[in-house]
Design a protein around this ligand. Structure first.
Ligand SMILES: Cc1cc2nc3c(=O)[nH]c(=O)nc-3n(C[C@H](O)[C@H](O)[C@H](O)COP(=O)(O)O)c2cc1C
Length: 340
């Protein structure tokens, strides 16, 4: 008797496109919602899961183990069998004040299955995470860092380009260059992020060898994001032309909405590029971002957002955004097919 054929990997019912990423996460569409500090919580991650993608709740703004543990348990309750992940954003150099080791331990103890790391090498934390059965996706702002991450044994990498909201790194390389070069240099599955907000871009990323696309900005105005309506309205009114890069003088490039703060910070950086973070800190702290999320006033503070704002025009639920992405993906595929 011949052996039974191997069972295919478990994937949800209506899979739209199957890749190494959808197989790894058990999702139906190869889009990943990256961590969003102060914004990506259990409710948001669960909305992503129900829409057929995976979302990562952010861990480093929880002040203690108990509050992080409670949020992870809430995500598990809301998601049931569906996948979610936890984002661990590290500073480029470890500091005595950070809680990364505790966060890693809580994530491992809670049996979180998917972890998105970023900021510096996750190598010291891989043994603990892997022993707990977690799959680690490391996010980097350039291919050379992706190659390093591959060499230390992460399961997947994400390369974000210069267009991205948040921290695009020092190299000013765009996503379309990253996507095609990554295919030549990486052996492990990779995602492309930075400026992606349309389903045709997801298809293009797959065509260039990626296993999917990671997005942040496209989801910022979604109804499940816990922020003031005024903030979301400002994002919807903004376009791809309304962001800028600051903090280059302290080698911590950040892409945010152009506003009073970025104009002031630009003056300070131009006037004294060697002054370090000291004079900039009062203007760029996380407290200002939290104020914006609470009161909706985007005229001040570092309001992280990327060029994918060009695709954000109205508040929508995560499910509606994913359905739009899927329809755009299908239309782009049909357009391609018509060429052959
Ligand atoms: C408001 C905001 C907050 C973010 N916070 C985090 C974070 O806490 N951890 C992290 O790894 N990435 C963070 N990012 C980056 C996103 O996860 C993602 O890499 C990026 O948004 C992708 O580029 P895009 O904005 O062009 O889609 C943030 C991005 C934004 C816009």
């Amino acid at each position: 008797m011949s052996p039974a054929p191997a069972a295919p990997p478990r994937t949800p019912a209506a899979v739209v496109a199957r890749t190494a990423a959808t197989d790894l996460f058990g999702t139906r569409f190869p889009v990943v919602a990256g961590g969003l500090q102060f914004l990506a919580d259990a409710t948001y991650a669960a909305a992503c899961a129900r829409a057929g993608i995976i979302g990562f709740l952010t861990s480093n703004h929880f002040p203690d183990d108990a509050s992080l543990r409670a949020e992870i348990r809430k995500a598990r309750d809301l998601c049931g069998d569906l996948p979610f992940g936890v984002n661990i954003a590290m500073l480029p150099r470890s500091s005595e004040h950070e809680r990364i080791e505790r966060i890693v331990e809580v994530v491992a103890e809670e049996g979180v299955r998917f972890v998105e790391t970023t900021g510096r090498s996750p190598e010291p934390y891989l043994p603990v995470l892997k022993a707990a059965g977690a799959k680690v996706m490391h996010k980097v702002p350039g291919l050379k860092y992706a190659e390093k991450a591959q060499s230390v044994g992460v399961d997947m990498v994400v390369i974000v380009g210069w267009e991205c909201g948040g921290h695009p790194g020092p190299n000013a390389i765009g996503s379309i260059v990253n996507a095609a070069l990554a295919r030549q240099r990486l052996r492990i599955p990779y995602l492309i992020g930075g400026g992606i907000g349309h389903g045709a871009q997801v298809l293009a990323a797959l065509a260039m060898g990626a296993s999917g696309a990671l997005m942040g900005t496209r989801f910022l105005a979604s109804t499940e994001i816990p922020a003031h309506d005024g903030y979301k309205a400002a994002l919807c009114a903004a376009s791809e032309n309304d962001t800028t890069i600051s903090l280059w003088s302290v080698r911590n490039n950040a892409r945010t909405l152009i506003n009073e703060t970025t104009r002031l910070v630009a003056e300070l950086e131009r006037a004294n590029p060697d002054a370090g973070i000291g004079p900039l800190l009062p203007h760029v702290s996380g407290a200002a971002a939290r104020r914006t999320y609470a009161d909706g006033d985007t005229s001040r503070g570092m309001v992280y957002a990327g060029q994918a704002l060009g695709f954000v025009s109205k508040p929508q639920s995560v499910a509606e955004i994913v359905e739009d992405l899927i329809a755009e993906f299908a239309a782009a595929r049909a357009q391609l097919d018509a060429c052959f």
